[in-house]
Design a protein around this ligand. Structure first.
Ligand code: NAD
Ligand code: DAU
Length: 339
């Protein structure tokens, strides 16, 4: 039972690799090009297992990806590799199209060529665009109305996946999840950025009025949803996953201030993000009924555990802050991860 996990050195991917190791008998073949967001220190424990192998490969590399599919008979693919940060897509969107669109296309071509039984395409609630206060949460039949170049690249990849199901009969499911938080998240995203800045007594930069709403889900709940979609999802279907925890950004930041014991005065209102979506909210009834899945980690407990994790894992956070994490691959490339 070998599965490919693309993006396995990223935030959700690293948590998924650990989740699959602990909760299934699957062997895991990680494919990751180690961009700034890829961090092998996040999976250094998992890499010691004989069930895990790592391939330093870009998903848009036709020869390398074809070689992986030719040399291994995968029972499925969890596709998480992506450029994932909205702010970066506003500055330069081209890497988002190379990876999120061209990279996904390359994987899909290989899934068809090699008759791979299952492809779980990990997408996002951002493809639906923005809700106003009081509007019903997104369902899987909502129009795709992405606002940012990141969200548009994910919507494009969702449509490619759908086309490969219809045209080639590929066995793909699409999951669309809301905002994740938890261990090993790169501190460019709201929650880890605020936690680390609060620890260090730095400013906590809140965009605009801070009243934008996100639906927060603990990353372990997301991983459980991905495994449920892999096991029970029907080809061609889309499943919304979410935490049913809508909070304004300012509420999240204030909770972090309280949990870290930082001063309120660190909270600083800064210029708003361009094209900033106001609210995301997910209707997850399809996943609860068809995948027998629901989120179980409450936000208060999950956030406290996350703050505690960042406090207890100073080596990981220091290496990310200094950039030392980028040296892990070079240092270990010729040594065996398993030692
Ligand atoms: P991340 O940025 O933390 O990690 C992305 C990983 O993909 C990194 O390890 C990076 O090295 C790798 N990668 C990037 N380009 C690559 C390429 N061309 N070839 C191979 N590997 C490449 O992202 P994340 O937050 O873990 O998100 C994972 C997936 O989940 C993404 O598809 C994202 O769109 C989706 N998602 C994220 C969230 C969230 O809240 N973070 C919510 C819903 C969906
Ligand atoms: O909704 C799912 C999406 O969640 C994923 O598809 C994306 O990959 C992931 O990055 C995330 O996107 P967001 O843009 O919602 O996450 P981010 O952490 O960047 O921002 C969360 C909110 O906090 C958003 O309203 C912007 C705001 N924000 C963010 C940062 C980094 C701030 O106010 N200050 C900040 O410094």
């Amino acid at each position: 039972m070998k599965v490919m996990v693309t993006g396995g050195a990223g935030f959700i991917g690293s948590n998924l690799v650990r989740y699959l190791l602990n909760n299934t008998a699957m062997d895991i073949v990680i494919v990751d090009s180690l961009t700034y967001a890829g961090n092998l220190e996040s999976i250094s424990d998992c890499l010691k297992s004989d069930r895990v192998s790592f391939n330093h490969v870009d998903i848009s590399d036709k020869i390398a990806v074809d070689f992986l599919f030719t040399s291994t008979n995968f029972v499925g693919v969890f596709h998480l590799a992506a450029e994932s940060h909205v702010d970066r897509s506003i500055v330069d969107s081209s890497p988002f199209y190379n990876t999120n669109v061209i990279g996904t296309l390359n994987l899909l071509d290989n899934v068809v060529k090699h008759n791979t039984p299952r492809f779980v395409h990990v997408s996002t609630d951002e493809v639906y665009g923005s809700l106003t206060t009081g509007e019903a949460p997104f369902t899987e039949t909502n129009l795709l109305l992405p606002s940012s170049p990141y969200a548009a690249s994910k919507a494009a990849s969702d449509l490619l996946v759908r086309s490969y199901v219809v045209t080639h009969g590929a066995d793909c499911v699409i999951t669309r999840c809301s905002n994740n938080y938890g261990p090993y998240q790169f501190p460019e995203k709201l929650i880890p950025l605020m936690i680390l800045n609060a620890f260090e007594g730095r400013e906590l930069p809140v965009y605009g009025d801070g009243q934008q709403v996100r639906d927060w889900i603990h990353v372990e709940d997301h991983c459980a949803g991905l495994l449920a979609a892999f096991s029970l999802g029907k080809a061609g279907e889309v499943y919304n996953l979410g935490g049913i925890t809508e909070l304004q950004n300012m509420e999240v930041v204030r909770s972090i201030v309280t949990l870290t014991g930082a001063s309120d005065e660190l909270i600083t209102r800064v210029t708003d993000r361009k094209g900033h979506d106001r609210r995301y909210a997910m209707d997850i009834s399809k996943a609860t009924t068809q995948l027998n899945w629901r989120p179980i980690v409450g936000f208060a407990v999950g956030l406290k555990n996350t703050v505690d994790w960042y406090s207890a894992n100073k080596e990981w956070t220091n290496h990310v802050r200094t950039g030392e994490y980028k040296l892990f691959y070079e240092k270990n490339y010729n040594a065996k991860f398993k030692e």
